[in-house]
Design a protein around this ligand. Sequence first.
Ligand code: FAD
Length: 375
Amino acid sequence: MEIVIVGAGVIGLATAWRAAAGGAAVTLVDPEPASGASAVAAGMLTPVSELTYGEEPLLRLGLASRERYGAFVAELEDLTGLGTGYRTDGIIEVAFDADDLGHLDDLRRFQESLGIPVEALTGRECRRAEPMLAPGVRGGLLAPEDGSIDPRRLTPALLAAGERTGVRLVRRRAAGLLVERDAAVGVRLDDGTELRADRVLLAAGPWSGDLDGLPSGTVPPVRPVKGQVIRLRARTPFIARSTRGIVKGSSVYLVPRADGEVVVGATQEELGFDTRVTAGGLWELLRDARELLPGITELEFAEVSAGLRPGSPDNAPVMGPTALPGLYVGTGHFRNGVLLTPVSADILAATLLDAPVPDVAAPFAPDRFSPEVTS
Ligand code: FAD
């Protein structure tokens, strides 16, 4: 089985590794691997958030992925000798007023109804867990099984794992899809080279629909949703675990790394393919982060960046075969692509190899949008 995968973000990289490990000859095409959202993401691994209310299939997918993470990382680190910054020290979410406390209480009940462990904390307990929290914190929730990973260490490890498993990396842009007798048979690169394959997977984030020659309607529309993040640096440990809060209605989080980096995120803006960093975006993040953890103003400034989350029409992933034989899609992971990497790689590799696909994948098939194809 020869497979071409377009896009080497977390989804394309992990799928390439898994498909090659399953026996396929995989070519991964990307002019600049891991240069999209995967290079910007904070890397929180948290299946439950305010956005998953009423989204049970997505929640199940997130839980299935979080469950796989430990073994996934162990195999990856073992194979490559590279670390990924994976940690499972929980995520704390705090509230400052009665409205937000009520909101956290709803979230706790929702999680408990699904059998997900979560601990309600008083303001004092929150500060005991995270002494740098603002004195005004009234209460919070600790999700003890959540955690984080450093996407900037995960992607080099995935690249190395692919290399060791026989994935061929082509550092070029896929410009067009090759279609013969109503089936995808490969891609054309931007230098005109043709790469032939039995199957083509589009995993190029919000650029997944950009190839020339894609019959209209085959790939569901995926839009870019901009997110700005700030990276700070602490000389001594600042927070023990990822810490989130709702500050006057807007949500902010801080994710610590073992080397002292603290990632502050993230804005959510619908501005098309725009990755400019703006004064307003930075101000908003720093303002809200300071309300949550006043001591952040003492940390060293390291970097600011913006990335584009791939958002499908229902903000859930789109994974599986399209209506065009030979053409597959793996994108739309929106705010959760890092969390969803292990389960997505399992789903997409199994689909490409005609192996049994995990049941949690069923709600995310591309044909839930528009199955018709017109050339
Ligand atoms: P991308 O990482 O965008 O990769 C797409 C790749 O395709 C790129 O390398 C690009 O070069 C390549 N490409 C594009 N066009 C072509 C072409 N024509 N030919 C070849 N290659 C091409 N998720 C979490 O789980 N937890 C978080 O805490 C989190 N925080 C985030 C914070 C921010 C600010 C942002 C922006 C995202 C965050 N995410 C988070 C979401 C996560 O980053 C994405 O869902 C995930 O990275 C998507 O991965 P991907 O592989 O689909 O796409």
